[in-house]
Design a protein. Structure first.
Length: 80
């Protein structure tokens, strides 16, 4: 389960940077580096299958009462 959560967090960070412009590229890389340093997965080839990806997204929305709750960082993340 940890790897699945990590791939979702990494993908969310990428979307937040690349498609929403909510975080910087440096912040996205920092999130992904942390996930990688923890030896958690950032990618699984199943993510290339658009049909499965869409079906899973639909199930998540149904599970959450019609709301898509995705872990997308919107502001600068904490500094160490």
């Amino acid at each position: 389960h940890g790897h699945a959560v990590a791939t979702c967090m990494g993908f969310g960070a990428y979307l937040s940077w690349k498609h929403c412009d909510w975080i910087s590229e440096a912040q996205c890389k920092r999130i992904c580096k942390l996930i990688n340093d923890l030896e958690l997965a950032l990618w699984h080839d199943i993510m290339l299958d658009k049909e499965i990806f869409h079906a899973c997204t639909k199930k998540m929305v149904q599970k959450r009462g019609g709301n898509l709750a995705a872990p997308l960082p919107r502001t600068e993340i904490a500094k160490s």
